[in-house]
Design a protein around this ligand. Structure first.
Ligand code: ACO
Length: 406
């Protein structure tokens, strides 16, 4: 059941809930998870069906607008987004001035925040204008943000490897254009391999939303103050930058590298049982069953290996998964592989450096953040987010002049 916190406060009761383990901060119609059954749906559509039959831009339309697009709707949507992939020359200059070794996620966070200064109409007008103009304005920011996020990500990557930035191509699809701008995974120059494009597109679908996770809660928190979407999304990306949120796939990779070979798995499992180590990529706060995204992602891994060659650590990963799934320690605690168990291996096999992993998460999750940002604009129950605290500091005391302090 659900109790309204306002009812509790009428009784003089305050919920103390660090980490919001049992506090719902909004009603939402975007994403549903049943962690016991291992179900994930976007707007009611199972993630398996979307990964199998849809593409990332269609899923983006679905998450943001609530229904699947007709063909003309899809074509218009795609055209709007792809024409907004170009970024202002001054933003390029700004990005060029980061240190040569700047973390690409730091560049993404700052560049997204900087975009707010390029589009000042995005702030008060989104609330104050009539419904028609408001809708146009909101849509425009959505096209811009989805369009520009891949360009910013690609520029951050190019900066990191010390190469000039590439212009987007609005003749390509969304994900193909991203790989095109990176220009490092091509079969021949400037031609991203269609199988890699498809694999990354599926990964983007799987990461597009996951209801009230840390970064989505952040975008809602900041936007509740009426902040523009660029700044609010920069805040969400900042949350994703944290290793506990966007960095788990990198930790999986390091774990697999440490284990190294299949014969060393039993010793590793023993270390986990002795609580010396953690099996990274296993377990989830919400899923107490197989993370449905992990099942899809393991298939994608093999599609990628068909093109770029087998990543040797996959043997360790699959053997580790099989052993853990049969082991009483993991079975009794309902610990199953989560989405991060395979995603890092795929990114590595595709040639991405590890510091690009959170960026590859941020690109699709931007769509989820925008869907939540849009939803809250019209939420009649929206209030500025302002949690309570339980004060545990000093009682009131008198100021002591410095000369008289002990
Ligand atoms: N390896 C070994 N033991 C584990 C693991 C793990 N990965 N995860 C949980 N456990 C154990 C705990 O030690 C605990 O055992 P105990 O009851 O004997 O003390 C039991 O399982 C329950 O675990 P909790 O920590 O209570 O579960 P919680 O919901 O708080 O944590 C979390 C979930 C943080 C994801 C945890 O499973 C974990 O650290 N996993 C590894 C990191 C990881 O893969 N994170 C990515 C999550 S997906 C994402 O963010 C996109």
């Amino acid at each position: 059941g659900t109790i309204k916190a306002t009812e509790l406060s009428k009784l003089g009761v305050t919920m103390y809930d660090p980490g919001y383990m049992n506090t719902a901060s909004a009603t939402s119609r975007i994403c549903y998870i049943d962690g016991d059954k291992g179900i994930l749906t976007y707007r009611g559509y199972p993630i398996e069906q979307l990964a199998e039959s849809s593409n990332f831009l269609e899923v983006a339309f679905l998450l943001i607008n609530g229904s699947l697009p007709s063909k003309p709707q899809y074509d218009t949507w795609k055209k709007h987004i792809m024409t907004h992939t170009f970024i202002h020359e001054n933003l390029i200059s700004l990005m060029q001035n980061f240190r040569y070794d700047a973390h690409p996620m730091g560049m993404l966070v700052s560049s997204m925040a900087a975009l707010a200064t390029f589009y000042p109409e995005a702030n008060p007008a989104l609330r104050g204008e009539g419904v028609y103009k408001q809708k146009l304005l909101r849509n425009k920011q959505i096209y811009r943000i989805i369009g520009k996020i891949t360009t910013i990500a690609a520029c951050a990557y190019r900066h990191r490897i010390g190469r000039p930035y590439n212009q987007p191509s609005d003749q390509l699809d969304f994900t193909a254009n991203f790989l095109y701008m990176l220009d490092h995974l091509s079969e021949k120059s400037f031609t991203p391999h269609p199988k890699l494009v498809h694999a990354l597109d599926v990964l983007f679908i799987l990461h597009a939303d996951h209801e009230m996770n840390c970064s989505t809660a952040a975008v809602r928190h900041v936007a509740s103050a009426g902040t523009d979407p660029y700044t609010a999304i920069a805040a969400a990306a900042s949350a994703l930058y944290g290793p506990l949120h966007g960095g788990a796939n990198e930790a999986v990779l390091h774990m697999l590298e440490d284990i190294g070979t299949v014969d060393r798995i039993p010793q590793f499992i023993q270390d986990v049982k002795d609580r010396k180590k953690k099996l990274m990529g296993f377990g989830h706060r919400v899923y107490k069953n197989y993370d449905p995204r992990a099942k899809i992602i393991s298939r994608v891994a093999y599609e990628v290996f068909d093109v770029v060659g087998r990543e040797p650590l996959i043997e360790v990963a699959t053997a580790l998964e099989q052993i853990a799934l049969k082991d009483e320690y993991f079975v009794s605690r309902k610990l199953y592989p989560n989405v991060d168990f395979y995603s890092g291996l795929i990114y590595k096999a595709m040639g991405f450096p590890t510091d690009m992993f959170p960026v590859l998460f941020a690109i699709p999750r931007t769509v989820g953040w925008l869907a939540h940002w849009l939803e809250l604009q019209d939420d009649p129950e929206l209030r500025i987010v302002r949690p309570k605290q339980v004060y545990s500091g000093h009682q009131t005391r008198d100021y002591v002049p410095m000369a008289s302090r002990e």
